[in-house]
Design a protein around this ligand. Sequence first.
Ligand code: CTP
Length: 229
Amino acid sequence: AEPADIVAFVEDLLSEKKKSLRGKRLIVTAGATIEAIDPVRFISNHSTGKMGYAIAEALARRGAEVVLISGRTSLPTPTGVRRIDVLSAQEMYEASVREFATAVMCAAVADYTPEEVAPTKLKKGDGELTIRLKRTHDIAAELGAHKAGRILVGFALETDHEEANAEGKLQRKNFDFIVLNSLRDAGAGFGVDTNKVTLIDRAGREELPLLSKAETAEKIADKIESILK
Ligand code: CTP
Protein backbone atom coordinates (compact mmCIF):
# COMPACT_ATOMS: atom_id res chain seq x y z
CA ALA A 1 0.00 0.00 0.00
CA GLU A 2 1.10 3.58 -0.61
CA PRO A 3 2.34 5.50 2.49
CA ALA A 4 -0.57 7.97 2.17
CA ASP A 5 -3.06 5.10 2.27
CA ILE A 6 -1.35 3.59 5.33
CA VAL A 7 -1.45 6.98 7.11
CA ALA A 8 -5.14 7.41 6.24
CA PHE A 9 -5.91 3.92 7.51
CA VAL A 10 -4.07 4.45 10.81
CA GLU A 11 -5.64 7.90 11.29
CA ASP A 12 -8.96 6.26 10.73
CA LEU A 13 -8.32 3.60 13.37
CA LEU A 14 -7.25 6.25 15.87
CA SER A 15 -9.97 8.75 15.09
CA GLU A 16 -12.60 9.46 17.70
CA LYS A 17 -15.29 9.98 15.09
CA LYS A 18 -17.62 7.07 14.62
CA LYS A 19 -18.53 5.90 11.15
CA SER A 20 -21.48 8.24 11.37
CA LEU A 21 -22.29 8.12 7.64
CA ARG A 22 -22.00 4.37 7.16
CA GLY A 23 -24.59 3.12 4.68
CA LYS A 24 -25.01 6.56 3.04
CA ARG A 25 -24.12 7.13 -0.59
CA LEU A 26 -23.06 10.61 -1.71
CA ILE A 27 -21.69 12.20 -4.83
CA VAL A 28 -19.30 15.13 -4.88
CA THR A 29 -18.53 17.10 -8.04
CA ALA A 30 -15.17 18.85 -8.03
CA GLY A 31 -12.66 20.70 -10.17
CA ALA A 32 -12.93 22.56 -13.43
CA THR A 33 -14.60 21.34 -16.62
CA ILE A 34 -12.82 21.65 -19.95
CA GLU A 35 -14.70 22.73 -23.05
CA ALA A 36 -12.84 21.92 -26.25
CA ILE A 37 -12.49 24.53 -28.99
CA ASP A 38 -10.39 22.30 -31.23
CA PRO A 39 -8.07 19.31 -30.57
CA VAL A 40 -5.52 21.70 -29.00
CA ARG A 41 -7.40 24.51 -27.19
CA PHE A 42 -10.09 24.68 -24.56
CA ILE A 43 -12.07 27.01 -22.28
CA SER A 44 -11.78 26.38 -18.55
CA ASN A 45 -11.36 28.19 -15.20
CA HIS A 46 -9.05 28.42 -12.19
CA SER A 47 -10.67 25.77 -9.97
CA THR A 48 -8.12 23.26 -8.62
CA GLY A 49 -10.62 20.90 -6.98
CA LYS A 50 -9.06 21.19 -3.50
CA MET A 51 -12.30 21.99 -1.68
CA GLY A 52 -14.29 19.21 -3.34
CA TYR A 53 -11.54 16.66 -2.76
CA ALA A 54 -11.37 17.65 0.94
CA ILE A 55 -15.14 17.17 1.24
CA ALA A 56 -15.02 13.76 -0.47
CA GLU A 57 -12.26 12.74 1.93
CA ALA A 58 -14.15 13.97 5.02
CA LEU A 59 -17.33 12.12 3.99
CA ALA A 60 -15.46 8.90 3.19
CA ARG A 61 -13.69 9.02 6.54
CA ARG A 62 -17.11 9.00 8.18
CA GLY A 63 -17.94 5.75 6.43
CA ALA A 64 -20.02 7.07 3.49
CA GLU A 65 -19.77 5.53 0.04
CA VAL A 66 -18.46 8.51 -1.92
CA VAL A 67 -18.41 8.94 -5.69
CA LEU A 68 -16.18 11.84 -6.71
CA ILE A 69 -17.04 13.18 -10.15
CA SER A 70 -13.95 15.10 -11.01
CA GLY A 71 -13.01 17.57 -13.69
CA ARG A 72 -9.40 18.32 -14.44
CA THR A 73 -7.19 18.42 -11.33
CA SER A 74 -3.75 17.19 -10.35
CA LEU A 75 -4.87 15.93 -6.92
CA PRO A 76 -4.57 12.32 -5.75
CA THR A 77 -7.81 10.39 -5.18
CA PRO A 78 -8.69 10.42 -1.46
CA THR A 79 -8.54 7.03 0.25
CA GLY A 80 -11.76 5.04 0.04
CA VAL A 81 -13.35 7.27 -2.62
CA ARG A 82 -14.51 6.08 -6.06
CA ARG A 83 -13.45 8.66 -8.63
CA ILE A 84 -14.96 9.19 -12.06
CA ASP A 85 -12.90 11.48 -14.29
CA VAL A 86 -14.77 13.70 -16.71
CA LEU A 87 -13.73 16.54 -19.00
CA SER A 88 -16.67 18.58 -20.25
CA ALA A 89 -19.79 19.91 -18.52
CA GLN A 90 -21.77 17.43 -20.64
CA GLU A 91 -19.73 14.48 -19.32
CA MET A 92 -20.06 15.78 -15.74
CA TYR A 93 -23.83 16.10 -16.26
CA GLU A 94 -24.16 12.54 -17.55
CA ALA A 95 -22.08 11.06 -14.71
CA SER A 96 -24.01 13.10 -12.10
CA VAL A 97 -27.40 11.95 -13.41
CA ARG A 98 -26.21 8.33 -13.56
CA GLU A 99 -24.84 8.38 -10.01
CA PHE A 100 -27.49 10.73 -8.55
CA ALA A 101 -27.63 10.57 -4.74
CA THR A 102 -27.29 13.14 -1.98
CA ALA A 103 -24.86 15.52 -3.64
CA VAL A 104 -22.29 18.20 -2.91
CA MET A 105 -21.91 20.32 -6.04
CA CYS A 106 -18.45 21.74 -5.67
CA ALA A 107 -17.32 21.74 -9.30
CA ALA A 108 -16.70 24.90 -11.29
CA VAL A 109 -18.79 23.92 -14.30
CA ALA A 110 -18.55 25.91 -17.52
CA ASP A 111 -21.87 27.64 -18.24
CA TYR A 112 -21.04 27.88 -21.95
CA THR A 113 -19.32 25.61 -24.41
CA PRO A 114 -18.34 26.15 -28.07
CA GLU A 115 -21.28 25.51 -30.37
CA GLU A 116 -19.01 23.46 -32.59
CA VAL A 117 -15.71 21.75 -31.85
CA ALA A 118 -13.33 22.09 -34.78
CA PRO A 119 -12.13 18.60 -35.83
CA THR A 120 -8.67 19.91 -36.72
CA LYS A 121 -6.50 22.67 -35.24
CA LEU A 122 -7.85 26.13 -36.04
CA LYS A 123 -5.40 28.13 -38.12
CA LYS A 124 -4.98 31.84 -37.53
CA GLY A 125 -6.14 34.34 -40.12
CA ASP A 126 -5.53 38.07 -40.44
CA GLY A 127 -8.78 39.22 -38.86
CA GLU A 128 -10.53 38.59 -35.58
CA LEU A 129 -11.96 35.25 -34.56
CA THR A 130 -15.41 34.81 -33.04
CA ILE A 131 -16.34 31.58 -31.29
CA ARG A 132 -20.06 31.09 -30.69
CA LEU A 133 -20.91 29.52 -27.35
CA LYS A 134 -24.02 27.65 -26.30
CA ARG A 135 -25.35 26.97 -22.79
CA THR A 136 -24.40 23.79 -20.94
CA HIS A 137 -26.67 21.91 -18.56
CA ASP A 138 -26.99 23.51 -15.13
CA ILE A 139 -26.25 20.23 -13.36
CA ALA A 140 -27.19 21.42 -9.88
CA ALA A 141 -30.48 22.97 -11.02
CA GLU A 142 -31.46 19.83 -12.91
CA LEU A 143 -30.67 17.56 -9.96
CA GLY A 144 -32.48 20.06 -7.71
CA ALA A 145 -35.62 19.78 -9.82
CA HIS A 146 -35.69 15.99 -9.30
CA LYS A 147 -34.21 15.65 -5.83
CA ALA A 148 -37.05 13.75 -4.13
CA GLY A 149 -35.69 13.48 -0.61
CA ARG A 150 -32.03 13.65 -1.55
CA ILE A 151 -29.96 16.40 0.02
CA LEU A 152 -28.32 18.87 -2.31
CA VAL A 153 -25.50 21.18 -1.27
CA GLY A 154 -24.33 23.96 -3.56
CA PHE A 155 -21.40 26.33 -3.73
CA ALA A 156 -21.32 29.94 -4.81
CA LEU A 157 -18.14 31.79 -5.57
CA GLU A 158 -18.97 35.46 -5.82
CA THR A 159 -17.12 38.70 -6.29
CA ASP A 160 -19.97 41.12 -5.52
CA HIS A 161 -23.49 41.14 -3.98
CA GLU A 162 -22.32 37.88 -2.40
CA GLU A 163 -25.17 37.03 -0.04
CA ALA A 164 -27.99 38.06 -2.37
CA ASN A 165 -26.47 36.04 -5.22
CA ALA A 166 -25.96 32.98 -3.00
CA GLU A 167 -29.50 33.17 -1.62
CA GLY A 168 -30.84 33.39 -5.19
CA LYS A 169 -28.93 30.21 -6.11
CA LEU A 170 -30.14 28.44 -2.93
CA GLN A 171 -33.76 29.00 -4.04
CA ARG A 172 -33.33 28.60 -7.81
CA LYS A 173 -31.36 25.35 -7.64
CA ASN A 174 -33.36 23.93 -4.70
CA PHE A 175 -30.29 23.44 -2.47
CA ASP A 176 -30.66 22.46 1.19
CA PHE A 177 -27.79 24.79 1.91
CA ILE A 178 -25.20 26.72 -0.02
CA VAL A 179 -21.56 27.40 0.80
CA LEU A 180 -20.67 30.97 -0.06
CA ASN A 181 -17.07 31.94 -0.87
CA SER A 182 -16.21 35.50 -1.58
CA LEU A 183 -13.16 36.21 -3.72
CA ARG A 184 -12.91 39.46 -1.71
CA ASP A 185 -11.91 37.52 1.44
CA ALA A 186 -8.17 37.03 1.86
CA GLY A 187 -7.37 33.32 2.15
CA ALA A 188 -10.40 32.21 0.13
CA GLY A 189 -10.51 31.14 -3.49
CA PHE A 190 -8.48 29.22 -6.02
CA GLY A 191 -5.55 26.98 -5.24
CA VAL A 192 -5.00 28.10 -1.62
CA ASP A 193 -5.25 25.65 1.30
CA THR A 194 -7.56 27.86 3.37
CA ASN A 195 -11.10 29.00 2.95
CA LYS A 196 -13.52 31.43 4.56
CA VAL A 197 -17.12 30.52 3.92
CA THR A 198 -20.65 31.28 5.05
CA LEU A 199 -23.17 28.43 5.20
CA ILE A 200 -26.61 29.66 4.16
CA ASP A 201 -29.88 27.76 4.46
CA ARG A 202 -33.53 28.76 4.66
CA ALA A 203 -33.27 29.30 8.43
CA GLY A 204 -30.31 31.68 8.32
CA ARG A 205 -26.59 31.90 7.90
CA GLU A 206 -23.48 30.80 9.75
CA GLU A 207 -20.25 32.65 9.03
CA LEU A 208 -17.20 30.43 9.60
CA PRO A 209 -13.75 31.84 10.40
CA LEU A 210 -10.71 31.40 8.14
CA LEU A 211 -10.05 27.65 8.27
CA SER A 212 -8.03 25.11 6.32
CA LYS A 213 -9.99 23.51 3.47
CA ALA A 214 -9.87 20.24 5.48
CA GLU A 215 -11.47 21.97 8.50
CA THR A 216 -14.05 23.67 6.27
CA ALA A 217 -14.84 20.24 4.79
CA GLU A 218 -15.46 18.86 8.30
CA LYS A 219 -17.93 21.68 9.03
CA ILE A 220 -19.77 20.99 5.77
CA ALA A 221 -19.81 17.24 6.56
CA ASP A 222 -21.19 18.05 10.06
CA LYS A 223 -24.04 20.02 8.53
CA ILE A 224 -24.83 17.29 5.97
CA GLU A 225 -24.80 14.73 8.77
CA SER A 226 -27.19 16.77 10.91
CA ILE A 227 -29.66 17.05 7.99
CA LEU A 228 -29.39 13.33 7.16
CA LYS A 229 -30.27 12.37 10.76
N1 CTP B 1 -23.36 24.41 -11.17
C1 CTP B 1 -23.67 23.26 -11.87
N2 CTP B 1 -23.74 23.27 -13.24
C2 CTP B 1 -23.51 24.40 -13.93
C3 CTP B 1 -23.17 25.61 -13.24
C4 CTP B 1 -23.12 25.57 -11.85
O1 CTP B 1 -23.88 22.21 -11.22
N3 CTP B 1 -23.58 24.40 -15.26
C5 CTP B 1 -23.35 24.39 -9.69
C6 CTP B 1 -21.98 24.66 -9.07
O2 CTP B 1 -21.29 23.44 -8.86
C7 CTP B 1 -22.37 25.32 -7.75
C8 CTP B 1 -23.63 26.08 -8.09
O3 CTP B 1 -24.18 25.45 -9.23
O4 CTP B 1 -22.71 24.40 -6.74
C9 CTP B 1 -23.44 27.55 -8.35
O5 CTP B 1 -22.48 27.72 -9.36
P1 CTP B 1 -22.08 29.15 -9.89
O6 CTP B 1 -21.10 28.98 -11.01
O7 CTP B 1 -21.74 30.02 -8.72
O8 CTP B 1 -23.48 29.65 -10.43
P2 CTP B 1 -24.10 29.83 -11.84
O9 CTP B 1 -25.39 29.13 -11.85
O10 CTP B 1 -23.13 29.48 -12.92
O11 CTP B 1 -24.45 31.38 -11.83
P3 CTP B 1 -23.64 32.68 -12.32
O12 CTP B 1 -22.80 32.25 -13.48
O13 CTP B 1 -24.76 33.59 -12.69
O14 CTP B 1 -22.88 33.16 -11.12
